[in-house]
Ligand binder design. Structure first.
Ligand code: ZN
Length: 83
């Protein structure tokens, strides 16, 4: 049971990933949250019932840095202009 205050969201909640981490294994790429959810570093989830939830963002992740995406866009635009 959860002794945290405020209580962690239950496994059925949409924000179940907001529960506190109780076991962390970064060398293996997963953590177990207070509500029993096993959360993988790629965003995948394993529920206590055995249900697997695939990561929302496919691996490898796209760069979050808008500057890097912008630079690629500029390069592509220059390549189109040269053609
Ligand atoms: Zn908790």
């Amino acid at each position: 049971m959860c002794d945290h205050q405020p209580p962690c969201p239950p496994i059925e909640a949409r924000d179940r990933e907001a529960a506190r981490t109780v076991h962390r294994h970064p060398e293996q790429g997963w953590s177990r949250l207070c509500n029993g959810l096993v959360l993988f570093d790629d965003g995948g989830e394993l529920l206590p019932s055995g249900l697997v939830v695939a990561p929302v963002v496919p691996y490898p992740r796209r760069p979050l840095d808008a500057g890097a995406a912008g630079a690629g866009t500029v390069v592509a635009a220059e390549a189109l202009a040269a053609a």
